[in-house]
Write a protein that binds this ligand. Structure first.
Ligand SMILES: Cc1cc2nc3c(=O)[nH]c(=O)nc-3n(C[C@H](O)[C@H](O)[C@H](O)COP(=O)(O)OP(=O)(O)OC[C@H]3O[C@@H](n4cnc5c(N)ncnc54)[C@H](O)[C@@H]3O)c2cc1C
Length: 338
């Protein structure tokens, strides 16, 4: 059950991914105890639960950006499962686990004339049950993967179940096309080749560019290794024109060079977009590519007291960056609360 009706918190943190989670720890260390963290998922770090493949190595330097931890929260490079354990431990140690409220989706926040923010929930039942929870400051750390980028062509409705954005539905033995040229696409593609229990899958990597240029050195090396030894089928240098159901009930992929191929499943790793609605509906100005307008040293938006951090403000985000943003935003809030 969400916090008592009408309670005013110093910070409402929306999103319990790396950014939101680090905000909670930073706040506690800054002596700000009166906070709430709200996430639509049933646990913290949901994006990592959902989109990282089993056993994935969690890199500190991600998307070719060297990362230094500038705040109080850091992590040791390890597997996805160990990372989640580390974060559990950190939240426990900081004594903030009871501040997290799960399974509540937020659609916007509203700043009232009293200068306090009201939180607007997606679900009317929650809205009715909770007259209102008010906050002096809000940090939006809602990431981008709530809305993964889709290709420009249409997904026929008969194929919706087999056109995916992560590996969670892949079955052993399937012919799978992974689409994209960044780290995630590489990790999905070679990760599936290596994945225990998926030995009979046939994996193709499709990327419109002929060369792999956007992956970090490890992912580039692994992807090229499997493309070279043929364990990963190569469909680089050609784009997809359209997809349609094949007579055999599979996905027929029509490429821009006139070739076609059939797959059981396609997995798109094309990044995600800024959750523009929640920002705009909360009064945040957005600029080019829907990136919010914000102060680069404090992460405060044009709405005083409303901050946005993590993947929302960068198209090449990482865990370390989200941790660092959290530290800067909380420092500013702490200063203003004094
Ligand atoms: C496949 C993959 C592999 C990656 N590997 C690495 C890596 O090895 N190393 C690295 O540093 N980075 C990696 N990244 C990037 C890293 O995961 C992100 O940069 C990081 O998770 C961003 O944290 P965040 O808190 O900004 O957003 P997120 O992790 O996306 O968290 C956002 C949270 O907000 C919640 N939320 C969203 N909308 C709402 C709403 N309306 N109401 C309530 N809650 C909401 C979500 O449920 C989620 O828990 C990877 C990304 C992907 C996709």
């Amino acid at each position: 059950m969400i916090h008592e009706n009408g309670k005013v918190v110093d910070i409402a943190i929306i999103g319990a991914g790396p950014g939101g989670m680090a905000c909670a720890i930073e706040a506690k260390l800054a002596g700000i105890e009166n906070i709430v963290v709200i996430d639509k998922a049933p646990h913290h770090n949901d994006m990592i639960h959902k989109f990282y493949k089993k056993g994935k190595r969690v890199d500190k330097d991600w998307m070719g950006r060297k990362a230094e931890f500038e705040g109080n929260v850091s992590f040791e490079e390890c597997s996805k499962e160990e990372y989640i354990e580390q974060m559990d431990e950190k939240l426990k140690e900081a004594g903030v686990l009871d501040k997290f409220e799960y399974n509540h989706e937020i659609i916007r926040v509203e700043k009232g004339e009293d200068g306090l923010f009201s939180i607007v929930f997606a679900n009317d039942a929650v809205a009715e049950a909770v007259e209102s929870i008010k906050a002096r400051n809000v940090i939006l750390s809602v990431g981008r993967m709530g809305k993964p980028n889709k290709p420009r062509y249409k997904f026929p409705k008969e194929l919706k179940d087999v056109l995916n954005f992560n590996l969670s539905k892949v079955q052993n033995g399937e012919h799978v096309m992974v689409v994209g040229g960044g780290d995630t696409a590489g990790e999905y593609a070679y990760g599936l080749v290596e994945m225990e229990g998926m030995e009979d899958c046939v994996v193709t990597l499709n990327y419109r560019q002929a060369e792999i240029k956007r992956m970090n050195p490890i992912n580039t090396e692994m992807t090229l290794k499997y493309l070279d030894n043929g364990k990963l089928c190569n469909k680089l240098g050609v784009d997809v024109e359209s997809v349609e159901p094949s007579p055999a009930g599979k996905i027929q992929v029509n490429f821009t060079d006139g070739s076609t191929a059939e797959y059981d499943r396609a997995v798109y790793a094309l990044g995600g977009t800024t959750p523009k609605d929640i920002l705009v509906n909360s009064g945040v100005k957005t600029g080019e590519w829907d990136v919010p307008v914000y102060d680069e040293s404090t992460f405060e938006t044009n709405v005083e007291g409303l901050y946005t951090i993590g993947d929302v403000v960068t198209d090449q985000g990482s865990i370390a960056l989200a941790f660092n943003h959290a530290s800067d935003a909380v420092k500013n809030i702490s200063k203003n609360l004094k």
